[in-house]
Design a protein around this ligand. Structure first.
Ligand code: RIB
Ligand code: CA
Length: 328
């Protein structure tokens, strides 16, 4: 059984949706989280690391999950100020207890490189923030691109609007040079961008259902998800006119690793825009019959959104499913 598990490193900038993605990953019996690496983004890297440790403690995983701290700033650009989308602490202003766990001594890029050698072609990387750590690792050792099974990138937007500029998604915009290095490195990429994450919305109805049906041992987790998402709903109401609902970008990305059939993908050449101020971080798809720019990427273009949300929530529920348990 252990052999069937997908082995992942998750790279996070722990805000609200990263936290739920971590909880989902740690509660999914078919995943083995080999480690979590942290990066600046929603919050600074120190806060992202502290948040990650607190969230792991909340999940109470049955095995050790090392956390390696990563980049504090983009490769070439100045660090921009952090937004208040995820509250003052990145977790929707919810104070989880301080963790007893410490980050490991190794930094994120060295941790990723070592794990890629140990796990050979078994390692899957899931990125839920800026691609700075993966870019640093590729700069240090470009052969990393040949040792990783797949990188699932939460980021980008193809032929749809951005969420930080008219055309750019936050994780790509936040360090476009890093994204460019990763996308042109030859590493196999599945892009889980706004095309699909924006459709995958958690609502207050989902949260109420979850509270009614959660497994007794998941009470604290579910209460955290409920409070954090309620905070997130306010941002999405005042900025996007959504009613008691919000997209769950990062949890969907973890789900795509576990259940690739939840999305429809299309292979396309993607180039990251690094020059134009207005289009900085845009994921440009060259869909001409004879494409000339970009490297091949599996882009998620559609998702079974309602099923996706229900599958994410199911790992926290106590409802017996068809074959007796949730197998994600
Ligand atoms: O654009 C959405 C992404 O930006 C998510 O990963 C969110 O956590 C932020 O990092
Ligand atoms: Ca994130």
């Amino acid at each position: 059984m252990e052999l069937d598990k997908k082995r992942v490193i998750i790279d996070v900038d722990t805000g609200i949706d990263d936290a739920i993605a971590i909880l989902f990953a740690l509660k999914s019996p078919n995943l083995k989280v080999e480690g979590i690496t942290t990066v600046f983004g929603n919050v600074g890297v120190e806060q992202a690391t502290d948040n990650t440790l607190r969230v792991i403690q909340l999940a109470k995983p049955s095995y050790e999950v090392p956390v390696a701290k990563g980049a504090a700033k983009p490769l070439k650009r100045k660090l921009s100020s952090f937004s208040d989308v995820h509250g003052y602490n990145g977790l929707g202003n919810i104070e989880l207890p301080l963790s007893r766990q410490m980050p490991v001594d190794e930094n994120a890029e060295d941790f990723i490189l070592r794990k890629s050698r140990e796990l050979k072609k078994d390692l899957i990387i899931v990125t839920l923030g800026r691609l700075t750590n993966i870019a640093h690792a590729l700069i240090k050792d470009p052969t990393l691109a040949t040792r990783v099974k797949q990188v699932y990138v939460m980021g980008g937007a193809v032929h749809t609007t951005g969420n930080i500029t008219p055309v750019s998604e936050a994780n790509m915009w936040g360090d476009p040079e890093a994204a460019d290095i990763v996308f042109s490195s030859g590493i196999p990429i599945t892009m889980v961008g706004l095309n699909v994450t924006r459709k995958t919305k958690m609502t207050s109805q989902h949260l109420e259902f979850l509270q009614r049906h959660c497994k007794p041992e998941n009470r604290e987790i579910v209460s955290f998800i409920h409070n954090a998402m309620t905070f997130y709903f306010d941002f999405y109401h005042s900025n996007y006119y959504l009613m008691e609902s919000a997209p769950v970008h990062d949890p969907l990305t973890v789900l795509v690793v576990l259940d690739p059939r939840i999305v429809k993908t299309q292979q396309m050449p993607i180039k990251i825009e690094c020059e134009s101020e207005t289009c900085l971080g845009m994921t440009v798809a060259d869909l001409r019959p004879h494409p000339e720019v970009g490297s091949p990427v599996k882009v998620c273009v559609d998702v079974n959104a309602e099923l996706a949300i229900n599958k994410i929530l199911a790992v926290f529920e106590g409802i017996p499913f068809k074959n007796g348990q949730v197998t994600l």
